[in-house]
Design a protein around this ligand. Structure first.
Ligand SMILES: Nc1ncnc2c1ncn2[C@@H]1O[C@H](COP(=O)(O)OP(=O)(O)OP(=O)(O)O)[C@@H](O)[C@H]1O
Length: 225
């Protein structure tokens, strides 16, 4: 880690903390995720690192290297200076459908296209992250359009138990003050379904939505050609 100068903490997650660092030689900024060595580092983390290492896409944070400190595993990656989506929405308000569609398309092109995925990722048959990815994209789309999380009880947003119940029963609604097109509501309703068997593939969902169709076709054509 001597190569890097630690500048500040940027956040913490389930696995550890993230810090902003500077490469002393090149002056480049990176984010480093520190995960304490020990039981937290299991095959799940290992797979995550292996998968991430093989991804190369403009909308996916680039992975640089993994280092070991006496106490931590340090994952060095590209620094995304934009901050959190939710924070941006809290400060500057929610997105219009057009803006949301632009960012959503960027997000989808990061998760959807197989064109960028390495064979070792595809060959892991147990990988079922796709369904979870579709769901998470739906949550992100909702956040952009509504400016709130879809499964929190508006009266009691910090109650995790309630949130989990709402997720399990797919209980969400769109507040009256948010005007969404029918097509957009339909898209959300197709993403948020309880039974994973019924979750449509991301391809089907997006090709059936006319709001997102033109941008989607452009992305698809680009990725398939
Ligand atoms: N590459 C990065 N560039 C900029 N900020 C980052 C980067 N990686 C992480 N962060 C910041 O640090 C916080 C913690 O990151 P971390 O990846 O540990 O957790 P998370 O993604 O929030 O949740 P989880 O623990 O479920 O992965 C993030 O919420 C984000 O604010």
């Amino acid at each position: 880690m001597e190569r890097y100068e630690i500048l500040k903490d940027i956040g913490s997650g389930n696995f550890g903390v993230a810090k902003l660092v500077r490469d002393k030689q090149s002056g480049e900024l990176f984010a480093v995720k520190y995960i304490e060595r020990g039981p937290k580092i299991d095959e799940h983390v290992e797979r995550e690192i292996m998968n991430h290492r093989s991804l190369k896409h403009p909308n996916i944070i680039r992975f640089k290297e993994v280092l070991l400190t006496p106490t931590h595993l340090a994952i060095v990656m590209e620094y995304a200076a934009g901050g959190e989506l939710f924070e941006r929405i809290c400060n500057a308000g929610r997105f219009s459908e057009d803006e949301a569609s632009f960012f959503f398309q960027q997000l989808i092109s990061g998760v959807r296209t197989p064109a960028y995925i390495a064979p070792e990722v595809l060959s892991k048959k147990e990988y079922d992250g796709k369904i979870a990815d579709v769901w998470s994209c739906g949550v992100t789309l909702y956040v952009m359009l509504v400016g709130a999380y879809p499964f929190e009880d508006p009266e009691d947003p910090r109650n995790f138990r309630k949130t989990i119940q709402r997720i399990l029963s797919v209980h969400y609604s769109i507040p009256d003050y948010v005007r969404l097109s029918k097509d957009c509501k339909h898209l959300l309703s197709r993403i948020f379904v309880a039974d994973p068997e019924k979750v449509h593939t991301i391809f089907n969902i997006f090709t059936s939505s006319s709001v997102f169709n033109s941008v989607l076709h452009m992305t698809l054509n680009r990725n398939l050609s």
